[in-house]
Design a protein around this ligand. Structure first.
Ligand code: RIB
Ligand code: CA
Length: 322
């Protein structure tokens, strides 16, 4: 099911966040109402500059970008230049954006748009959940106002990607993630269990590079860095996880998980080695099961093809990758 209800994307605009934004922007039927940024892959300010770069490249500088949390609820901020480059976009050297972020802070913007669109606003969170947690603190009625929340984060039956247990978005702010996952709103969690099975490849990159639009060539350029990082650190071959674009497609109803049980999800907020672990399907630490969260555990594995086509990549048979 797809819908044209307004959507806010909350992101830490690095490489896969940028691909997710380009995927959404390529469909004029999606009402991308605002983008809010958070620390994570890069600082919240750099994430905003990168968002503006992407919006300008895609010809949508009219979409407001608001800056959010510079650190977690505990005041920590571990960035990821080793994955996304010093600029968060694979050191691709895009020019300084012409525009600037709005002055309204991210969490306040989320609350305002939820109040202005009761029962209609959709949220897609693909970075640490600090902005959403802050918005919940500002307005405890948010869960009744927002129609749906899709979150890229967590690792359920899959190892973590920053520790053996924890995925980056949750690990960067476990307290915020716990608050958001237990707030009682309608949530779909898109964990590593599915994002690590939807893989972009060197062939996809070449097909994007062979296309003529500025957005597809930009996508190919940032993907080159991402494939290289994944080749060296994860897969040993040029394949990369499609984390945030997959969550975006699920958020707008263009991908439906084949397996997505509704179970309580808790987050380890201890200071032990499992800090940031998402624990699904067990009673919460306070003894209650906690509210159910839809957890995507299996998708078809064909989404990267859809992403490449949406971004204008040339058909497979026209590329010689020998
Ligand atoms: O663990 C993957 C997630 O962490 C993605 O959202 C990526 O962009 C980073 O934020
Ligand atoms: Ca992200």
């Amino acid at each position: 099911m797809t819908s044209n209800d307004p959507l806010i994307v909350d992101c830490d605009t690095g490489i896969d966040d940028a691909l997710a934004l380009l995927y959404l922007l390529a469909d004029p039927g999606i009402d991308l109402r605002a983008i809010t940024t958070v620390f994570g892959n890069t600082s919240a300010d750099t994430a905003a500059a990168n968002t503006l770069r992407v919006l300008e490249l895609a010809g949508r500088p009219d979409i407001p970008t608001a800056v959010g949390a510079a650190s977690s609820l505990r005041g920590t901020a571990r960035l990821a230049p080793h994955v996304h480059g010093d600029d968060g976009l694979g050191n691709t050297g895009l020019p300084t954006p012409a525009g600037a972020p709005v002055t309204e802070p991210a969490a306040e913007l989320i609350v305002r748009l939820a109040r202005e669109n009761p029962g209609r606003l959709r949220l897609l969170a693909v970075g640490p959940l600090t902005n959403l947690a802050t918005a919940l603190r500002l307005d405890p009625e948010l869960p009744e106002l927002v129609s749906h929340v899709t979150i890229m984060g967590g690792a359920v039956n899959h190892p973590g990607n920053v520790t053996p247990w924890a995925e980056a978005n949750v690990a960067n702010d476990p307290e915020a993630a716990r608050l958001v996952l237990r707030a009682g709103w309608d949530v779909t969690l898109v964990p590593l269990d599915v994002t690590m099975t939807e893989l972009l490849t060197e062939e996809h990159r070449l097909r994007l590079l062979a296309a003529t639009t500025p957005t597809s060539r930009f996508a190919a350029n940032i993907l080159a860095h991402y494939l290289d990082v994944y080749q060296r650190n994860v897969f040993g071959s040029p394949r990369a996880a499609c984390h945030d674009p997959l969550a975006a497609a699920i958020a707008v109803g263009e991908v439906s998980p084949e397996l997505a049980p509704i179970v309580p999800v808790d987050v380890d907020t201890s200071d032990g080695q499992e800090r940031g672990r998402t624990v699904a399907g067990r009673p919460g630490r306070d003894g209650s099961g906690g509210p159910g969260v839809r957890v995507a555990l299996r998708t078809e594995g064909t989404f990267p093809e859809r992403l490449v086509q949406r971004l204008g990549g040339v058909p497979s048979r026209t590329i010689d990758i020998a």
